[in-house]
Write a protein that binds this ligand. Structure first.
Ligand code: FAD
Length: 329
């Protein structure tokens, strides 16, 4: 197929147990901007088992077309059957763009599709658009966040990217809107190497920080588990949730689900306290859209102060202790 024959903006409509991953609706919103530029229709591709009922939601959030591939082997996410199914659909329809959320599943599936189709993939894009020559580009932080790279996939199709969560807000759902529903048959079989018997939430995972209204986040400056408990107490007194930058996950004190940032979770709370966090580009990517950013750092040069609405240059432990005392009355 010639490069120019590939048409259509595809969104991989990730779902788990019949619920759409929130990033899908964000991608559909981003796709509206792309469509306004290249005029190509927006297709959401849904893989699973008995998931057709999600098509209505996808239409209301901006899909012109929904392709559903329903198959028992696609009930739970499994890399090889999903790869096979999506590859077959892409080969049949030939979209020019294919976007995935940069979720654990999206990050697992997209590189496999890249290999099976022999095309290009940008990881963790934080922006997408068309340049002055009409070339589709994906922007992603490179060299540890020191540069923003604009990546273009000139020759291969589809042009693919995993897209960082929360770079775009979903559109207001449209009522009474429908589109073209295509039910496709794919040839897949369950992965013979392993079988998913059951899925269950991780033990002690607690509530997701993604939807928290108040977040107290600790960074590398938190030197002991006792100090971490002090921050935990503050979070509890505020009715918020505890989170962290990457070093506290790396040292095993908190689960990866509590990590904010490019390779962690994106949060958008009303208030976030950043305690002893310098504010690396990768960290900021996960919290810069918080409504109120409070930074507490003993170094006045910490980059977190560049985006903070309120800041204190002090030992975070002293301020935390004072806040706890105040809240306890
Ligand atoms: C590809 C890639 C992806 C990454 N993804 C992520 C990610 O998702 N999330 C993430 O967080 N990082 C990520 N990182 C790592 C990131 O580059 C930084 O190393 C990390 O964010 C630093 O965490 P920090 O701010 O806690 O630590 P540091 O940068 O070491 O900062 C610690 C801060 O604590 C202050 N401090 C120390 N003691 C005190 C005290 N008693 N009181 C007050 N202040 C104090 C110091 O002044 C300093 O500013 C990623 C890196 C790469 C290359």
């Amino acid at each position: 197929m010639a490069k120019d024959d590939y048409k259509g903006i595809w969104i991989f409509a990730e779902q788990e147990h019949g619920s759409l991953e929130p990033t899908v609706l964000e991608l559909l919103a981003k796709a509206q901007e792309l469509k306004a530029h290249n005029g190509e229709s927006i297709t959401a591709v849904l893989l699973g088992c008995d998931v057709g009922q999600l098509a209505e939601t996808l239409f209301s959030y901006g899909a012109d077309e929904v392709i559903v591939a329903d198959h028992p082997a696609l009930k739970e996410y499994s890399a090889r059957p999903y790869e096979k199914a999506l590859t077959q659909l892409v080969e049949k329809y030939g979209p020019s763009i294919l976007l995935y959320g940069a979720t654990p599943l999206g990050r697992d599936l997209a590189p496999r599709i890249m290999v099976s189709l022999g095309t290009g993939l940008t990881a963790d894009a934080i922006d997408l658009g068309f340049d002055e020559d009409g070339v589709f580009y994906q922007t992603t932080p490179g060299y540890g966040g020191k540069i923003l790279a604009h990546i273009v996939i000139l020759e291969k199709r589809p042009q693919m990217a995993t897209v960082h969560p929360q770079i775009c807000a979903p559109i207001e759902p449209r009522t009474g809107v429908s589109g073209k529903l295509i039910c496709e048959t794919v040839t897949v079989e369950a992965d013979s190497d392993y079988e998913v018997i059951e899925t269950a939430p991780a033990e002690n995972a607690g509530k997701s920080i993604a939807g928290a209204r108040i977040v107290v986040a600790g960074g590398r400056g938190v030197k002991s588990e006792e100090d971490l408990n002090q921050l935990r107490e503050l979070a509890e007194l505020l009715g918020g949730q505890m989170a962290c930058s990457r070093p506290l996950v790396d040292n095993g004190w908190l689960a990866h689900e509590k990590q904010i940032g490019q390779s962690g979770i994106t949060v958008k709370p009303d208030v976030i306290f950043n305690m002893a966090i310098s504010g690396s580009v990768q960290y900021q990517l996960g919290m810069q859209n918080a409504k109120c950013i409070i930074a507490v750092n003993q170094s006045e040069d910490a980059p977190i102060f560049d985006i903070a609405h309120y800041g204190a240059v002090t030992d975070y432990r002293k301020l935390t202790a004072a806040l706890i005392e105040e809240l306890k009355g």
